[in-house]
Design a protein around this ligand. Sequence first.
Ligand code: ZN
Length: 478
Amino acid sequence: MAIKRQVWKEKFGDWYREIIDTAKIIDYRYPIKGCGVWLPYGFKLREHVLSVIRGFLDGAGHNEMLFPTLIPEDLIAKESTHIKSFEEEAYWITHGGKNELSVKLALRPTSETAITPMVKLWVRSHADLPLKIYQIGSIFRYETKATRPLIRVREVTTFKEAHTFHVSHEEARAQVLAANDIYAKIFYELCVPYVVSERPSWDRFAGALSTFAFDTIFPDGRCLQIGTSHDLGQNFSKVFDLTFEDLDGKHDFVWQTSYGISERAIAAVIAIHGDDRGLVIPPKIAPIQVIVVPILYKGFEEQINSECQHVEKTLSQEGVKVEIDDRSKVTPGAKFYEWESKGVPLRIEIGPRDVEQGKITLARRDTGEKIPCKRGSLSLVGKTLTEIEDNLRNRAWKVMENNISTTGDLTEAKRMLNKEGGIVEVPWCGQAACGQQIEGEVDARVLGLPVGVSEAVSGICPCCGKKGDRRIRVARTY
Ligand code: ZN
């Protein structure tokens, strides 16, 4: 089986919508635009992604909590840039039953204004800091543009937001970088490649001193933001009078950060690893890692079935998520097709010849390769799952790296973005006016300054002609 990725790439938008439907991830026929139902298979995928996220946050000293979904308008309105950014797209509750509420309530668009005033009740002195918490829940945005599964929705059902509180700006800054390291580990596990950029001053989170973002490139060449981290400085603590007493008994405002990952991480997993046959899910987060398909043949039914059960039992004892597809009214061919479209990383076929020869056949979803495996050598399954994971990660990183280019010529940059999409790095003097002019001329968005890139760069800013010591990334984005 040769792996084709033509439809996946050339008709990506259609492919993406279709696969979310046919692989039974989410059903978007719910009667509110941009709201969908997580189906059992999709829900399991979501759970596994969340357990990766939880694992790294818990491991780095964060505690999970849960705040109310409703935020009173007067709290949101306290931070002026914050309300400006969210009031147009927030959902507002104005009535309780027939009574008009004296204070409107927002369905949370994000939680800084819900969390900070509560933390004020819990933090007294430096001994209470740092405080690192997170929650996973729904956020709501009144999207008026066309919605897109898991990418632009009205209820983001899976929003992980972490909030941290510190005694100094230095410590808060270090926490933002630590958050970026945590995200790198999460995306490593999801096999999703990324670049980290510091967003330009005109595109920061409302109320932040600086914003970092993880972006990945989709098969259609457009970029998707898959994670952000913010240095909030003392903006929110000043507004909500959140102070602490330091070692010398002096009071100062608390320094804050926040960082979020949404179900867009799941969108990236779906989009990046797929091919013309459908999903390809990295083994660690796959709802089913191995599907066993009996190839029944007259006279061999009992032997084949008992061999399938032996394989299932042995593998599940080893912690492999394995299932047997023993539906009698579905042909093996139809089963292959279905599990391939659902992205199960490994299929095991067991037919009469396999039973006779004391072997089974492994079929890799990522490469189509068929591997004979001796009955007693089922450890080959675990090894193959690891190889699949490595292959998906390496393949995705290679595609991503091939889609990043550099030019100082804006006509050329625009031509590249029109043709292949991806990310183009352009020399920049550092002035916002020039950055915004670049956005206009190439008809794309500035992702920001590369982070974690050590090479020294220089070039001439294409807008003002001044020598620049940095580049900014531009891309067409979702
Ligand atoms: Zn310039």
